[in-house]
Design a protein around this ligand. Structure first.
Ligand code: CMP
Length: 140
């Protein structure tokens, strides 16, 4: 049994479409635990840090504009194999290709405006969590 923490963000399209409750509900019903959560307007600096791995990609500028365009919900989610489990639950990046039953498969039709982000590895999760949360802010 491997208890992990992962970083999850409901993107501006997920917030503006009223999907916050549905997404939180799916995470909780799966059996994962939310141990930190904030509704924020992400700064450009935070967005550039979060997506620093993509800084040389052609879509980087648009991505930063998009995630700073409206409120987002950032979360720390904990549980058994949380990193892999959340990645399976969200589905592949392109909403058109994500299978039905996944969050993107059910709610997204775009590669950029794809409702939700979740860390792709435990190392990435630690980094992404540190961009938005201090350890003291998380419940144990
Ligand atoms: P996310 O899982 O948050 O990780 C990086 C984000 O970049 C991704 O979801 C999409 O929102 C965006 N993205 C990835 N690939 C592309 C692309 N080819 N064109 C536009 N946006 C992209």
């Amino acid at each position: 049994m491997v208890i992990q923490r992962t970083f999850v963000m409901i993107k501006p399209d997920g917030y503006s479409r009223g999907l916050v409750g549905e997404i939180i509900s799916r995470i909780e019903r799966k059996g994962l635990r939310i141990i930190g959560m904030k509704l924020i307007k992400m700064s450009r600096e935070q967005a550039e840090k979060l997506y620093s791995v993509h800084r040389d990609k052609p879509f980087f500028k648009d991505l930063v504009s998009f995630v700073t365009s409206g409120p987002v919900v950032v979360m720390v989610v904990e549980g058994e194999s949380a990193v892999e489990v959340m990645r399976i639950m969200i589905g592949s990046t392109d909403g058109r290709k994500a299978p039905p039953g996944t969050i993107r498969g059910d709610y997204a039709l775009s590669i950029q405006e794809n409702v939700i982000h979740a860390s792709d590895s435990p190392e990435t999760a630690s980094y992404e969590i540190s961009v938005f949360f201090r350890e003291e802010e998380l419940v144990s």
